[in-house]
Design a protein around this ligand. Structure first.
Ligand SMILES: Nc1nc2c(ncn2[C@@H]2O[C@H](COP(=O)(O)OP(=O)(O)O)[C@@H](O)[C@H]2O)c(=O)[nH]1
Ligand SMILES: [Mg+2]
Length: 601
């Protein structure tokens, strides 16, 4: 394909503004997916995406388009992206492979927090941005107001916006023309072949597959390619494009988006952000890759059965190839054994990773409560960063503790200013600014402790604004806070996987609630079990589980031995999911009790 007839663009928007639906319409109108194969949200391929109706992965697809006006043929490479703040890394990687972006705005809702965040990303990447006002079929649609917001908030001429209904297909033809007219063809650099690896996935039979965007030169089937960062060379046994499924080709030319399969069985040899070149005529420098994002939230993942530790490691390695923002390193706990401390971009990301491990890799997991990174300053200028509360040093040498604060942006109709301010104050937020983005909608900015934002700030925000407020946040800085380590003791034994770092003001309340929760969750034993919460050596809350003599077969009077056996079997099954702390058996749910308590206040 001639470079002049290629267009590479992403669809970006706030969550639920209709990206995947618009991609559907474009796939249908261009006949990329025949009607008999079509299913809504076509590009959402993962089980978790289809079930939840939300995109968490970028998805590239190549579209053949004939321009109606003159019958010219174009190759459009479209990348659908997620809208949720936890998956912004997918968005930024998609944008680096494109020259243009369709910025979708819901005609009834207007500009939301993520619209703005993604707009800045696209603008800073230097892309041409086409504003698209979607859902004009809705009775509550107000495209004129949205046009004004686009001018006021984004500083783009409102008349540039294209009005569509992705659902009904209105305006899609006009949009296709706008894409071809306004998005420039790829700029091709001179010199040897260089392709940016913007994503990848692991296939059991074919190994690691690289998704690439060529910035110069071509790659042919059978060429010996070199992955520059890992310095690995091998034959490109297959190359091709997503159309929408993997479709082999002989050549990928300059400016094109596609995939390369090079028999990579060792996962460590392929990394997202790497540059692919030809071994026979190698490029000198790598393309600028990606800035690795810092994880925001950490938790421990342990296989439910200790013997599945290796499976968990394999699954994490493979998943990380498809989710390059996932971080993990080995960890051990006195109760849960060997596992991994994993880093995520947020709680939703953590939930999705956990679900993908369970569903796509069949791993049964125990996850410990999430935490953020803390900076601990000790006497003598020593500073340590901890991502596990059990590493919090319990000595007098701690001089101060800092926690990460985020700059959070909330957008909502003005009638909710009061409740939002109230909530932000509750979460230790510090007010920064407030501006009107249209006649009756505002944008509020707060500095807030990340640990308060991750748990349930978003849910609470939604409920105090009847669903109208939207949120975006990004790391700002580490700020000193009065934080203490809260220890939980079961049967006098301190449990590392249950300790947490909390603000001193809420330590008493949280300690109290956790011991109450644990008392409900831990079954009675044949002896008394004290459950305590402590700061250092000082006990601040205590509950007791009384002793009982438990015999599950007691109710089986009469002589049916098989029934008795079944009951005993079932009891044994239940025991498998228990973890031993001293001689106390603790159910797995107990490890998540912290999370529930965090969400209460
Ligand atoms: N009425 C109407 N609903 C739409 C339109 N486009 C998308 N939707 C609906 O909006 C919701 C979110 O759409 P989706 O494409 O998943 O949004 P995404 O999160 O941006 O990918 C779905 O329920 C769609 O059916 C439209 O043009 N009109
Ligand atoms: Mg989507």
């Amino acid at each position: 394909m001639l470079v002049d007839n290629i267009r590479n663009f992403s669809i970006i928007a706030h969550i639920d503004h209709g990206k995947s639906t618009l991609a559907d319409r474009i796939l249908q109108i261009t006949g990329t997916v025949p009607d008999r194969d079509f299913r809504p949200q076509y590009l959402d391929k993962l089980d978790v995406e289809r079930e939840r109706g939300v995109t968490v992965k970028l998805q590239a697809v190549r579209i053949r388009h004939i321009r109606a006006a003159d019958g010219q043929e174009f190759a459009l490479n479209l990348i659908d992206t997620p809208g949720h703040v936890d998956f912004s890394y997918e968005v930024s990687r998609s944008l680096a492979a494109c020259e243009g972006a369709l910025l979708l705005v819901d005609a009834a809702q207007g500009i939301e927090a993520q619209t703005l965040a993604h707009f800045y990303l696209a603008r800073d990447t230097g892309l041409v941005i086409i504003p698209v006002i979607n859902k004009i079929d809705l009775p509550t649609a107000d495209p004129d107001r949205v046009r004004d917001e686009i001018e006021l908030v984004l500083g783009i001429d409102g008349s540039e916006a294209v009005e569509v209904s992705a659902k009904e297909g209105t305006g899609i033809k006009e949009l296709m023309d706008a894409i071809i007219d306004r998005v420039p063809p790829p700029k091709v650099d001179a010199g040897p072949a260089r392709a940016l690896v913007f994503d990848s996935h692991y296939d059991t039979y074919r190994g690691a597959i690289a998704y690439v965007r060529l910035f110069s030169g071509s790659i042919n089937k059978g060429d010996k390619v070199r992955f520059m960062a890992s310095n690995r060379e091998s034959e490109a046994v297959e190359i091709g494009v997503f159309a929408p499924d993997m479709t082999p080709l002989q050549t990928l030319g300059p400016g094109e988006v596609g995939y390369v399969i090079a028999n990579i069985k060792n996962i460590k040899e392929l990394s997202v952000g790497d540059t692919v070149t030809l071994a026979s005529d190698p490029a000198e420098d790598l393309l600028p890759g990606y800035r690795k994002l810092k994880s925001m939230v950490y938790c421990g993942f342990f296989a439910s059965e200790a013997e599945n530790y290796e499976d968990l490691r394999d699954a994490l390695e493979r998943l990380a190839l498809n989710d390059s923002s996932l971080e993990f390193e080995p960890e051990s706990s006195s109760v849960l054994g060997f596992g991994f401390r994993c880093g995520f971009l947020g709680m939703f990301h953590m939930e999705i990773v956990q679900e993908r491990l369970e569903r796509e890799y069949g791993i049964n997991l125990v996850a410990t409560a999430p935490t953020v990174i803390y900076r601990i300053h000790m006497s003598g200028d020593k500073m340590i960063e901890i991502k596990n509360p059990s590493e919090f040093p319990e000595s007098l040498k701690v001089e101060k503790v800092e926690e990460p604060f985020v700059r959070s942006v909330v957008m909502c109709p003005e009638e909710f200013i009061g409740p939002v301010m109230e909530l932000a104050k509750d979460k230790r937020g510090r007010f920064v600014s407030m501006d009107y983005i249209s006649e009756n909608r505002v944008k509020m900015v707060y500095l807030m402790p990340l640990s308060e934002v991750i748990f349930d700030f978003y849910d609470k925000l939604k409920s105090c604004s009847r669903g109208y407020a939207s949120l975006d946040y990004e790391f700002d800085s580490f700020i000193e806070s009065d934080l203490v380590r809260l220890n939980i003791l079961i049967g006098e034994k301190s449990v590392d996987s249950l300790s947490m770092i909390v603000h001193r003001d809420s330590a008493y309340y949280k300690g109290r609630r956790i011991v109450e929760k644990l008392r409900e969750l831990i079954p009675k034993h044949m002896f008394v079990i004290p459950i305590q919460a402590a700061i250092g050596n000082r006990i601040i809350a205590r509950e007791t589980i009384n002793a009982v003599r438990k015999n599950v077969t007691a109710k089986c009077y009469g002589g049916d031995i098989t029934r008795k056996r079944k009951l005993l079997e079932r009891q044994k099954e239940g025991k498998k999911r228990m973890k031993n702390i001293g001689n106390v058996e603790v159910p797995q749910e107990a490890f998540l009790s912290i999370l529930q308590v965090e969400k209460e206040k």
